[in-house]
Structure formats: C-alpha cells, structure tokens
Design a protein around this ligand. Structure first.
Ligand SMILES: [Zn+2]
Length: 311
C-alpha cells in the first residue's frame, strides 16, 4: 500500500500556512508553504490560490493525489462541527461558507476535509504535543485526563478548550469563543456588537493603545523591562485584566493548565506574577492551573489542523 499523507491548513486573516505530514502527524511537518490571504480579493480568489498551493506542495514532494488521505483546516472563526460552516469571525469572507465543500470543487477527486476554529487547533496541538506533555511530565496526569485552555493573544483573543484529548466544540462550535465573554461591564465596543469583551482588553492592539502613543507591543515590553514607569503601568494593568480573565475561566472549567500563544505570549515579562495572581483568586483553593508559554513551534495552528483528521 502506498504511503498516506495528511495536509494541514492554517487560514488566518493575513496569511495562510499549508503543511504536509505523514499519516502519523505527530512527527511534525515534512514540508510547508505560506501565502498571503488577501481576503480583500474575495472568497473565490482565496480558494483558487489555496488549491493551487496544495497542488504545488504535493507535486514538489512527489505525492500523487490519491495518497492524500485528508485535509484538516483551522479557520479564523466559529466553525459548526457538524455542518462544517463558519458561523462568525473577524474575517467576513468566510462567514456562512461551506469551506470544505467549496475547496473540494477545485480538486480532481474529493478528499475528506475537516474544519475547526484556528485557536482550537492551537489548543489541540499544545494539549497533544506541547504543554500537555510537559504537564504530564511535571504532574503525572495522562493526556487523556487533562483539561486545558489554549489562548491566543495576538491581533485578537481566541481560545480553545480541550477536555480529555478532544476539542470542546459545544452545540454549534462556539465552545471556545472566550474572547467574547465580558471582562469589563459596559466597556469598549467590540465588533461582535457587545461591550467590554475580553478581546478588547487582551489583544495586542489593546495593549498598544493603552500606552497612548504609537508603539509596537514588543517595544512596550522592552521599555517596561528597562524600567520605564509608563510602560510598566500599561503592562501591570494588562496583566490585571488577564488574571481576571484566567480566574473567570478557572471558575468555569477548573483546568489543569492554560497555554498562551500569539505575539504577546512570546514576552517573558508577561508571565511575571501571573500564576501567583491567579492562584490567589481561585474560588477552589486547590485550583492552581499552570500558565505555560506555548511549547509547540509557531506552526502549532497548522499541526493542530492536521490533528483534526486523526481519530
Ligand atoms: Zn466581542
């Protein structure tokens, strides 16, 4: 029997990553490619360029189409796991679209395509191949018994909840939309129509805005590290919000650990006093979730997408 391969796609608002895996997936990508999403050119244009990218990736690795077993896709929004339709999200062009069905129209024969939310894919990759392994090593709890929450602190604030090795999708796939839970009553307006959503306080641009003048988040961390009071104040206020957020989530899920991804998660200073602040506030005194920095590479999203195709 010929070897079988899995393809993972991480579809973001600005870029798309495609990666090829052996059927095992856990050994990591054997080859990958990136393109810009260019969502302003429309949905059909994205599908066209994406199908081209997939065909090229297979050709470059001398893989014939029938050897592709399945494609796993992380989309930037809520994906109904039964209907495989994206229901909401920041990238409007994908809303209401049957992505799997539409992409398959570009191929010589249909292949199994499974979609889920991109942050849930990140959380799944970390639970199975990253932070979950570290937690098992530290505390002896097997992966199959862990509850974890992956949070992406980037241009938005996405989340994925993993329970006993599986994504908690909820009824419609909205199970991990923690960024749209209220953090500040009657706070900043969110694109979702509500006010005070966690995303409006925890995304990278929110931290940058709080400084009052144009600055990249990375530089704000550098200035705080160098002792600049204004930057330290911004960071402390951000951390206070993050601790409130993690405390709320702990009250609902009592997870073994959180794992942070996205641009802000790369800053070591972010983690200072984070666990201490969280553990001081949990309702159940024994609840003391670990807060990990992401352990899987920058490609966690695409790896998690590929993992969707495994039983
Ligand atoms: Zn919102």
């Amino acid at each position: 029997m010929a070897d079988q391969y899995i393809l993972g796609l991480d579809i973001g608002g600005t870029k798309i990553e495609a990666a090829l895996f052996t059927a095992d997936v856990t050994t990591g990508p054997i080859s990958s490619k990136r393109i810009a999403t260019e969502r302003e050119r429309g949905y059909q244009n994205v599908l066209e360029r994406l199908s081209q990218l997939i065909i090229e990736l297979l050709a470059e690795n001398s893989i014939a189409w029938p050897s592709l077993k399945a494609i796993g896709v992380g989309l930037p929004g809520t994906v109904d796991p039964q209907k495989q339709v994206m229901l909401n999200g920041n990238s409007q062009i994908f809303i209401g679209k049957s992505f799997a069905k539409d992409l398959n129209q570009y191929f010589e024969s249909p292949v199994e395509i499974l979609c889920n939310n991109d942050a849930s894919c990140f959380a799944l990759a970390e639970a199975k191949l990253g932070a979950g392994l570290k937690y098992r090593e530290q505390f002896g709890i097997p992966l199959s018994q862990q509850i974890s929450i992956g949070i992406i602190l980037g241009t938005g604030c996405g989340g994925g909840i993993i329970s006993n090795g599986k994504i908690l999708n909820g009824q419609n796939g909205g199970g991990g939309e923690i960024g749209h839970s209220t953090l500040i009553s009657n706070g900043h307006s969110c694109y979702c129509g509500r006010k005070g959503c966690a995303e409006q306080y925890l995304c990278g641009p929110a931290l940058e805005r709080s400084y009052g003048e144009k600055i990249a988040a990375r530089e704000l961390f550098e200035r705080a590290g160098a002792g600049e009071q204004k930057a330290i104040d911004c960071l402390q206020s951000y951390q206070k919000n993050l601790i409130e957020f993690l405390t709320n989530l702990t009250s609902i899920f009592d997870p073994h650990f959180f794992v942070l991804g996205g641009g802000l998660s790369k800053q070591a200073l972010l983690y200072q006093s984070l666990e201490k602040g969280l553990h001081a506030q949990t309702f159940v005194p024994q609840s003391n979730p670990v807060v990990y920095q992401h352990k899987v590479s920058d490609s966690a999203g695409v790896i998690g997408a590929a993992l969707l195709t495994l039983p």
